[in-house]
Ligand binder design. Structure first.
Ligand SMILES: Cc1cc2nc3c(=O)[nH]c(=O)nc-3n(C[C@H](O)[C@H](O)[C@H](O)COP(=O)(O)OP(=O)(O)OC[C@H]3O[C@@H](n4cnc5c(N)ncnc54)[C@H](O)[C@@H]3O)c2cc1C
Length: 482
């Protein structure tokens, strides 16, 4: 399996616009060093057999367990463990590691027949790409949301018909696409991009109803990254999250990019565009990965809050314990629902074992409230301790300032360095630009909050809940005696 240096060496030329520069070789750019080093560590970890992140594919090769199609609960549990191990390497702060879109591809390949329902049969493309992903340990990012230009209009109603990525030309050997899509998290440091559109399209939008895979270095493909959060920081000690886990997000622009037919999954089919996500387990596997990661992150935030309380000597105050109790509830609810969705999963007619969507989407409908709440509790318990810190570690080392640091920024339960280290870490989760981006990420990565609540609504089985109400109400009438 791929090692960290295999990954780094295979990152070919691309066109990434950032801070007024065009970066073609991301491996030599300070903007991406932190995340590339983190991904290298992840690949080194998964390629080492002793870490038990490998599986034997049905076609006889070895692959990353996070890409596996589970056929029973045991397989789903093995996948869970592998995803959790990778998530723990960033404590859940790398959201779009290769296992996210890899999980979507495992879902597509679980029920490839769906892709034969369009005007052209594409199941072979789906299977071939899935096997290639597994065998070559490919890092795919995805971009499946149209740019925010005017949400009141359908794609084809906008005055410029190529704002959202769309068909320009159909050729014998493939298609040419033009337009944009937001966002490609991790796209700048990935190998390839999966491009599609998950919000439902309507009649007249056929030219936007496309799904395809494209190498990040494809001619005409441009990435415009938001500002980087890590590279200008003084040290890992001062910004332990920003400096290592800033995945980058980018607007993706297609300037007449050619896509060969072999890389197309859906072509001009509005219904199939939805079916690929929801009639295969792609959306479920992808979000199961995301919930396993979120559970790791919330447990970490709970641990941090407890350490802050201990460090400040507030850990015996009833109100503080209640706050920690609330964090414990949030963390346990997400982790427990994830386990419940897996334990009550089922084998589908196409042979894959799939988590129960009711318990998967249930907590996702609350994610826009619970993540900000968890961060809010950590904020509340930290007070101004996160700002009562020197600007960098240098004040701890400088003989002129060290004594003040030791006297005034210490803790009666820990040495100065440990206290500053803890509070710098907390700041990078509650207050830095990186922290703000994570708040936005957890609220939006699976769609805007109203979209996530609709997933919860659709998968709850309201018919059976209403039937219960009906049955209960049938038990008495106007004249039932007390
Ligand atoms: C940090 C981050 C990383 C991301 N990474 C990726 C990625 O890697 N790949 C990718 O494809 N996407 C990514 N996304 C995009 C993400 O999928 C979108 O943010 C999400 O789908 C919501 O779309 P939007 O941001 O355009 O919000 P909009 O759809 O424009 O909604 C914004 C707000 O407008 C209101 N609103 C709009 N429409 C309605 C409606 N019909 N009903 C009720 N209220 C409405 C709501 O208040 C809503 O919260 C990322 C987003 C973030 C924040």
């Amino acid at each position: 399996m791929r090692t960290g240096s295999d990954y780094e060496n295979s990152l070919g030329n691309r066109k990434v616009y950032i801070n007024g520069e065009v970066v073609t070789d991301v491996t030599k750019s300070p903007y991406f060093k932190g995340i590339i080093d983190t991904l290298k560590k992840m690949y080194d970890y998964s390629s080492d057999p002793k870490n038990q992140m490998q599986f034997k594919t049905p076609w006889g090769t070895t692959g990353n367990r996070t890409f596996m199609i589970p056929h029973d609960l045991n397989g789903l549990n093995e996948r869970h463990q592998a995803i959790a191990k990778w998530a723990e390497m960033s404590m859940g702060f790398v959201g779009r590691s290769p296992d996210h879109v890899g999980s979507f591809f495992a879902g597509f390949a679980s029920n490839p027949a769906v892709f034969d329902r369009g005007a052209k049969p594409f199941s072979e493309n789906v299977i071939r790409h899935y096997r290639r992903l597994v065998d070559s340990d490919i890092y795919l990012s995805y971009s499946i949301i149209p740019p925010q230009v005017d949400r009141s209009k359908k794609a084809h109603e906008l005055p410029d018909s190529h704002i959202q990525v769309s068909l320009v030309e159909e050729r014998q050997d493939g298609i040419v696409v033009r337009g944009s899509q937001m966002l490609g998290t991790g796209a700048a440091v990935a190998d390839e991009l999966f491009v599609s559109c998950i919000p439902p399209l309507g009649e007249g939008d056929e030219n936007y109803a496309l799904s395809f895979v494209v190498p990040i270095g494809a001619r005409g493909l441009k990435l415009y990254c938001r500002p980087p959060y890590g590279f200008y920081r003084t040290s890992v000690f001062d910004y332990p999250m920003s400096t290592r886990f800033d995945e980058s997000d980018a607007i993706v622009v297609f300037d007449d990019v050619f896509i060969p037919w072999s890389d197309v999954f859906v072509f001009r089919d509005v219904k199939l565009l939805q079916a690929q996500f929801f009639e295969t387990p792609a959306h479920i596997y992808g979000n199961n990965q995301a919930q396993i990661r979120l559970a790791v992150k919330l447990r970490f935030i709970a641990g941090l809050a407890a350490k802050v309380a201990k460090m400040n000597g507030t850990d015996r105050i009833q109100g503080v314990l209640e706050r920690l109790g609330e964090l414990a509830s949030i963390s346990s609810m997400v982790e427990g629902m994830c386990i419940a969705s897996e334990a009550s999963g089922s084998k589908r007619e196409y042979g894959a074992f799939v988590p129960n969507p009711r318990y998967l989407y249930g907590p996702m409908g609350l994610q826009a409230e619970i993540y900000p709440r968890a961060v809010g509790i950590l904020k509340e318990l930290s007070g101004a301790g996160v700002l009562q810190l020197p600007s960098t570690f240098m004040e701890i080392e400088n003989p002129e300032t060290r004594e003040d640091m030791e006297r005034y920024v210490g803790s009666s339960s820990a040495d100065t360095v440990s206290r500053i280290k803890l509070f710098r870490l907390v700041w990078d989760i509650i207050g830095s630009e990186f922290a703000g981006r994570h708040l936005q990420y957890e609220m939006f990565y699976a769609g805007a909050p109203y979209v996530s609540r609709m997933y919860a609504y659709r998968n709850f089985d309201y018919n059976s809940a209403m039937a219960d109400v009906e049955r209960f109400m049938q038990e008495y009438d106007l004249h039932t005696s007390i």
